[in-house]
Each structure stands twice: as structure tokens, then as C-alpha cells.
Design a protein around this ligand. Structure first.
Ligand code: SF4
Length: 289
């Protein structure tokens, strides 16, 4: 396979065939993100992608899922993206689900009909970083999109029959705005009503603008209890019709996995126990991104 740069995929795609169709992220401005720093975004050329599909057809016959890397497969023009999916279907007929990252901006370039066609050709799940439902926080982290635009694009994805997995970040708004960030994020998640929500806890990456702000004292990092309290508020304000809310990423202090609405109260009780020191939290040295 022709891999270039950092290859990132969601934890749930650990066993998937990783087909790199773009390099980097077309946005690359989020102040907390160091994933693709220094990498210039581009779509990989079609012969390379097709050669990788042919390679996977020979060497990846036991993997039934495929993930389109890197950050921005949805920026690929619709006809080219469809050609890639058609080739995957043709050469890897055992693949039952194709996944990709997306963001509100690149989803804006796809119509409802486009998304439905991608779903028909195997695109089964989209992973999207909401990060926060609070517009002031989105502005602060340079997401360059507001919650209304994110909601609109996420609803398009859902209407197209594509599953949606959304990431939010605990601690992103800092201590002063923590409660608003948690409440508004819960409210936005409730409108979108995705199949999966994953909450990460902010870890500052050297070289990012947010790390520099922290070093200069203009951004404060919350402690474990503050992040947990934020998680509690977020879950309390999240009303899903049947989604899975997880906070079991390696960055989190307390693993939580709750099907909403049924397991909401249990999750809140677990967090309360941890806040009252009746449950141990993950030590700092065990956390990772
Ligand atoms: S968080 Fe996502 S959209 Fe933002 S810069 Fe990083 S990869 Fe790009």
C-alpha cells in the first residue's frame, strides 16, 4: 500500500483495510490538533488508489471493513469518489462497510442525492468531529464552522442512511466556559441524534496554537474532576433515541460506555461515584491520544 505521512483512523476501524485516498486535512486550522501539521493537503492520484485497491484484493481478504484515510475523503469530487467505491465493490466484494472522516465543510459539497449514492455504493459510516456544540468555543478553536452548519450536514448524512459517529472534546472550552460547552454540546448531539458519540479528554499537543496559549497562560487545562463534571453535564443534556455514548478513549480519566437513553442514569451514577472518590480515575501517565 502507498502510505504517506501520519495515517490516522478511528479506534473502531482498527481491523479495517486502510485505503489512503487523501493526504492530510484540507482545513488544518483547529488550534488543538497536531495530526497533520506540516502536511499539505492533496487528493492522491487515481492510479495509486486503484493500485492499492488491487493490492488489498490480494492481501486483505480477511478484512471485511475498509476505511478511507486521511482526514478528508469527502473533498474528492463525487464522480471520482464513486469510481473508487465502485472499484472497492468490484475488487473487494467481501467488504461489508466503508467508513471515512468528514467535516461540515466538505459535506457541504455533497448533495443529499450524492450522499445517498455513496451509501448505495457501500459508504456505511462517517466519523465527524463536532468537538463542541458551543459556537463561541468553535470560534475559539478555529473550526470555521458553527453548530447550525454542523447540524445541517449531519442530518443530511443520517437521512442518506449513513451511520454517524461524532467526537466531542472534554476540556476544550477551558474552565470558564466548561458548563456552557457541555450543555450546548449535549443539545446539538440531541438534535443530530447520531448512532455513536465518543468523548475524548483534551490533551495538549506541543506545536499547536492551543499548547502555545497554555504555555503563555491564556488557556487553562482542566483537571480530571473538572473534565468528569463536564462529561456528566454533557451526558445529562444528551437525549439520543438509541445511540451509544462512549468516553472510553485512552485520553479519558474514567471509562464510560452507555446506550442512551436506557443506561443514562447508570452512567451518571458512575460519574458521581468517581467525583466523590468512590471510583479510581486513570492516572495521568496512562492517558494517551
Ligand atoms: S481536528 Fe480534524 S478538521 Fe481540525 S485540523 Fe485536525 S484533522 Fe483537520
Amino acid at each position: 500500500m502507498h502510505y504517506e505521512g501520519n495515517i490516522i483512523r478511528p479506534p473502531s476501524e482498527a481491523d479495517s483495510i486502510l485505503l489512503q485516498v487523501t493526504v492530510g486535512c484540507s482545513h488544518n486550522h483547529c488550534t488543538f490538533c497536531g495530526t497533520y501539521k506540516g502536511e499539505r493537503f492533496r487528493v492522491k492520484d487515481e492510479p495509486t488508489i486503484m493500485a492499492d485497491i488491487a493490492y488489498a484484493a490480494k492481501h486483505c481478504q480477511s478484512q471485511t471493513r475498509l476505511f478511507l484515510c486521511d482526514g478528508d475523503a469527502m473533498t474528492i469530487p463525487q464522480d471520482r469518489l464513486l469510481r473508487i467505491l465502485v472499484e472497492i465493490n468490484h475488487q473487494l466484494p467481501w467488504v461489508t462497510r466503508i467508513g471515512t472522516y468528514a467535516n461540515a465543510k466538505n459535506l457541504q459539497s455533497k448533495s443529499q442525492v450524492d450522499l445517498e449514492a455513496l451509501n448505495t455504493h457501500g459508504l456505511g459510516i462517517v466519523y465527524l468531529g463536532l468537538e463542541s456544540g458551543d459556537d463561541e468555543t468553535l470560534l475559539m478553536v478555529d473550526k470555521r464552522v458553527d453548530s447550525a452548519a454542523i447540524i445541517e450536514q449531519c442530518l443530511k448524512v443520517r437521512q442518506a442512511g449513513i451511520k454517524l459517529s461524532i467526537t466531542v472534546i472534554l476540556g476544550l472550552a477551558g474552565p470558564e466556559r466548561s458548563h456552557i460547552h457541555a450543555q450546548r454540546t449535549g443539545a446539538v448531539l440531541s438534535v443530530i441524534d447520531p448512532e455513536y458519540v465518543g468523548a475524548l479528554s483534551l490533551m495538549l499537543i506541543p506545536g499547536t496554537p492551543m499548547y502555545a496559549d497554555w504555555k503563555q497562560g491564556t488557556f487553562s487545562l482542566q483537571g480530571p474532576k473538572e473534565m468528569l463534571a463536564e462529561l456528566r453535564t454533557m451526558i445529562a443534556h444528551t437525549y439520543l433515541s438509541g445511540g451509544l455514548f462512549t468516553a472510553n478513549h485512552a485520553s479519558n480519566y474514567l471509562p464510560i460506555k452507555a446506550h442512551l437513553p436506557g443506561e443514562k442514569e447508570t452512567a451518571l451514577k458512575l460519574i458521581d461515584m468517581a467525583l466523590q472518590d468512590d471510583l479510581p480515575l486513570k492516572p495521568e501517565w496512562l492517558r494517551a491520544l
